[in-house]
Write a protein that binds this ligand. Structure first.
Ligand SMILES: NC(=O)c1ccc[n+]([C@@H]2O[C@H](COP(=O)([O-])OP(=O)(O)OC[C@H]3O[C@@H](n4cnc5c(N)ncnc54)[C@H](OP(=O)(O)O)[C@@H]3O)[C@@H](O)[C@H]2O)c1
Length: 239
């Protein structure tokens, strides 16, 4: 029986690769995002259903619920990114507060709200997988703080969902090329440095992350919960 899988931010990059992976396995996949353009593209080419939603907005999430099936087997909280790339450069304290909160909203509050909204629909045997970041360990201002918070919050989520046989884990990528994450602002030197930091000598690609997400959502991973799985080519080591 095919599963129903929601991939937030699934119109581009890592989310789109996750959605593509699941759809290719015959799963029913729904992707979300704020911009109609990428969603239409994904719906036309990836065999997925696409719905507009800003995951930081409770009202938008309530509207999304009305359009979703009653049962969700897998939730991939992928929507996010470093909102500092879109900051206007204002330096005063009010701007600092706004920009700091923007990263917390985009990468932590959005995932928490989405999971809360879907809580009653998460089916036994299901999985929640969040996309974290190497920035949680290496830092990157409020973006890294938000991703670290996501992993910390997931610990409680795993405990809450475990008795219902729903797992909750974080996939934490290093540098992944071929997404809109860096806008057009990644310098050649910085890119070279990010690749050189890996043991494998290459950037990640969205399919690398999708493979890890698919594993955590698979029957092979039913005793894995509350964990962070690093997918970074060896750029950050853990024991
Ligand atoms: N690329 C990397 O090197 C890297 C490394 C570590 C972690 N990550 C994480 O991986 C995830 C995916 O990023 P990516 O690299 O694939 O970049 P991306 O191509 O920019 O994908 C982010 C997606 O999330 C959507 N999104 C952002 N905020 C949203 C919101 N509030 N509501 C709904 N959708 C939202 C975007 O669509 P709209 O703008 O249309 O809403 C976009 O489709 C992010 O959580 C990011 O932090 C990326």
């Amino acid at each position: 029986m095919s599963r129903t899988i929601l991939v937030t931010g699934g119109g581009t990059g890592i989310g789109r690769a996750c959605a593509h992976h699941f759809a290719a396995q015959g799963e029913q996949v729904i992707v979300t995002g704020r911009r109609p353009g990428p969603l239409a593209e994904a719906a036309a080419h990836d065999g997925v259903r696409a719905l507009e939603c800003d995951h930081t907005d409770p009202a938008a999430l309530t509207r999304l619920l009305a359009a979703l099936p009653e049962r969700i087997d897998v939730l991939v909280n992928n929507a996010g990114g470093n909102t500092d790339f879109d900051a206007d450069g204002e330096q005063d304290l009010a701007a600092y507060a706004r920009d700091f909160r923007a990263n917390l909203d985009a990468n932590l509050v959005g995932a928490a709200l989405t999971t809360r909204a879907l809580d009653g629909r998460l089916a036994a045997g299901g999985a929640v997988v969040h996309i974290g970041s190497i920035a949680a360990d290496r830092g990157a201002g409020s973006y890294g703080a938000a991703k670290a918070g996501l992993a910390a919050w997931n610990t409680d989520l795993a405990a809450a969902l475990g008795p219902r046989d729903v797992t909750a884990n974080v996939v934490s990528p290093g540098y992944v090329a071929g997404t809109e994450f860096f806008r057009d602002r990644l310098s050649a030197d910085r890119r070279t440095g990010l690749v050189a930091a890996t043991a494998l000598g290459r950037a990640g690609v969205p399919a690398d992350v999708a493979g890890a997400v698919a594993f955590l959502a698979s029957p092979a991973a039913r005793h894995i919960t509350g964990q962070v799985l690093n997918v970074n080519g060896g750029a950050h080591h853990t024991r």
